[in-house]
Write a protein that binds this ligand. Sequence first.
Ligand SMILES: Nc1ncnc2c1ncn2[C@@H]1O[C@H](COP(=O)(O)OP(=O)(O)OP(=O)(O)O)[C@@H](O)[C@H]1O
Ligand SMILES: [Mg+2]
Length: 488
Amino acid sequence: LEVQCSRNLDQEFVKKSKFKISSSIVQQVLESNQPVLTNDAQNDNRFTGIFSVQGLKLRSVLCVPLRDEEKSIGVLYLDNRFERGVFNRYHLRLIQAFADQAAIALRIAWLLEEAKKREEDLKKSQETIMELNKKLQKELEKQKLRYASAIRKASSPPTKKRPKLKHDYSSIITQSPKMYEIFKVLDKVCNSNVPVLIQGESGTGKELIARALHFNSKRKKKEFVSENCGAIPQTLMESEFFGYEKGAFTGADRRKLGLFEVANGGTLFLDEISEMDPDMQTKLLRVLQEGEIRRVGGKETIKVDVRIISACNKDLAEEVKKNHFREDLFYRLNVITIQLPPLRERKEDIPLLVDYFLTKNAKKMGKPKKSVSQEAMDILLDYDWPGNVRELENEIERACALSKDMITPDILSPTLLSGERVRDEGSKTYQGTLKEILQKEMEEVERRVILQTLERCKWVKSKAAEALGISRPTLDMKMEKYEIHRSV
Ligand SMILES: Nc1ncnc2c1ncn2[C@@H]1O[C@H](COP(=O)(O)OP(=O)(O)OP(=O)(O)O)[C@@H](O)[C@H]1O
Ligand SMILES: [Mg+2]
């Protein structure tokens, strides 16, 4: 029991009022939902033996229920300890009528309070929903951009069939028509001795091509010698390439063969040729013209039969223009030029290369092959790969080390998600009627949402369908429409 409000005859607040009323009478009224009126409680049979009545020496008591439909929500309690018969039937009717009004007022107040609280809760949830919606919208927008851009970039020329080739290029993973054209050229020059210059950005596979040339030629039984011209100090270049005789200089305590002699009958791959110093350029030119070398400190000339393949990630013709590279040497080296396209210009190779590196990694680690989620693949397809295949290889290796069995977007390097793509999207041009554009954009969003949900539900279709609020057959139909499959 709780007393909400109490007054004495002088309209004063009654202290400790809870102990100054008959809780038994109050309880009875509450339970029966009927009023109690007594002229002299102490001599009323109904209350004999009731402690509170006797203890408080109650005389006149009037207690009426605050009725809310069938039950009491409280009582109005009046008493007088000194006089008998203070309250009569008339008072009872009056107080009950008042109590009935009060009960209605209370009910309305509560309802209002509840409504207000609900309104506040609703407002709060609405705000949360709006916040979440905004986040979702942003995420969706981002995903949409990413997907659209990936599609655009990946839909470069349709993959042609691998051309019929004389030689084996299976070490070079590709399905790119541009690379097939290169294979055709390689096929023609494998067995001739013409010098080949391979140009291309870092990591595009220049050395791989050079090796393919060598191992597809009659020279394959002899050495393939690879030298990075940027890595040898200028002073050691001559002895590195041409070797030296015993006693040629202090420390030369025995004869040493140079790279030309080691590569005799085989191939010498001159990587980063643009870094060769002018003096060495002149000496190299002479060897190429005469087909013979002289060891440092030696007198005799030695005939060498070496195929020269050079590589450069700068534009060598530009280096000639800038007087950084001898023009005559340039023409000597550049009989056949292979220009390797960067990875971003042959994005169709990305899935193949990813699969290849996943297999390679699994073998290396002796573990089952990992897979890449479709979302992660979209990101890989969308990225520009300034470090080309080498960068992709490193990324897959890193992701394999970090992932359990599936590579998902959160595992990929943050650089892959940087602004590049968004900038691209800014220049997106739309074509068609508004209806057509919206239809296309909506379909893209729909595809992304379905894909995301499937991935979130670990590809349990019934769960995904439930989460999306569509039926299983509808989900199947949409997956077919958007060609959604679980990725490699
Ligand atoms: N098409 C490809 N298929 C399989 N692996 C490739 C392919 N292209 C490149 N790679 C791999 O990528 C890495 C870089 O290739 P490579 O060393 O041939 O590039 P590069 O052009 O010589 O680079 P850099 O200019 O930095 O020397 C190597 O591990 C190579 O095996
Ligand atoms: Mg290289």
